[in-house]
Design a protein around this ligand. Structure first.
Ligand SMILES: Nc1ncnc2c1ncn2[C@@H]1O[C@H](COP(=O)(O)OP(=O)(O)OP(=O)(O)O)[C@@H](O)[C@H]1O
Length: 243
């Protein structure tokens, strides 16, 4: 069995991706099989681009992307059940005017009837003490609250692979702790990109992306420490500010 056809993991094989005139990835190959994977690296390293490839939002110029044995470009109908992305910016993700509609969409996309989807969305919110959010216009929620809606939309639709792009970025400390608990309880495979390394430090695997290349890949504590040491080194060499 090739890695691409392995139904138990996610695989990029020889992927080259251009965005605009930038070569983001040049023949990148990766196999993602662990339940908890962290993705770290500087701004512009390619974390969001990797997520866009994995959920079929972008197609590579060459190479292949397979999610649990399915070719992301050729088998799009299978994707909603397999992979879901929580966008870095909630406004890129949220389509519907109210919270209940947004959550229900994740279910109708997988074939649930509209009415049942809305009922389940209300129950889902109720189970989290968020019933009063159901009919709130999404625009009336704060950035961090909209980010929570994005996560809930992903969790209710329950794809096998959850991709979370800087999910902690807008959250207050209680929100971060709540999110960490939701993620710890999630049965699915998770890939979490973050600049807040403590949220992935204990993961069984962390990948450090550096200008589209894998700079380090291994147990979370070691990879996070290597990245932090590299950042410290770069800061120490930086010339002083001119004022
Ligand atoms: N829409 C776009 N058009 C052209 N180039 C883009 C576009 N989006 C991203 N890029 C470029 O692709 C590269 C990777 O960007 P990407 O957003 O994947 O990085 P990232 O690691 O997610 O960064 P951040 O930590 O800032 O979110 C960068 O060089 C970026 O400038």
């Amino acid at each position: 069995m090739t890695v691409a056809s392995d139904a138990s993991c996610v695989a990029l094989d020889g992927v080259t991706l251009l965005r605009g005139t930038t070569t983001v990835f040049d023949r990148l190959s990766l196999t993602l099989g662990e339940r908890r994977i962290g993705l770290i690296g500087d701004n512009g390293a390619g974390k969001s681009s990797l997520f866009r490839l994995l959920c079929g939002l972008d197609a590579p110029q060459s190479g292949t992307v397979h999610v649990y044995g399915r070719d992301v470009r050729r088998e799009r109908g299978a994707l909603p059940a397999l992979v879901g992305l929580m966008f870095q910016n909630p406004d890129d993700q949220i389509i519907y005017p109210t919270v209940v509609e947004e959550l229900a969409f994740g279910l109708t996309a997988r074939g649930t009837a509209r009415r049942e989807a809305r009922e389940r969305a209300r129950d889902f919110l109720g189970a989290r003490g968020l019933s009063e959010w159901a009919d709130r216009p999404v625009g009336s929620l704060s950035q961090g609250q909209r980010q929570r809606v994005c996560l809930l939309a992903l969790l209710i639709s329950a794809p096998r692979l959850l991709l979370l792009d800087e999910p902690y970025a807008s959250l207050d400390l209680p929100g971060q702790s709540l999110l960490a608990a939701e993620l710890a309880a999630a049965a699915q495979q998770l890939v979490v990109s973050t600049h807040l390394l403590d949220h992935v430090r204990d993961f069984e695997r962390v990948i450090w992306l550096d200008a589209g290349r894998v700079r380090a890949d291994g147990h979370g504590p070691g990879v996070c420490a290597a990245y932090e040491a590299d950042v410290r080194g770069r800061l120490a060499e930086r010339p002083p500010l001119p004022y």
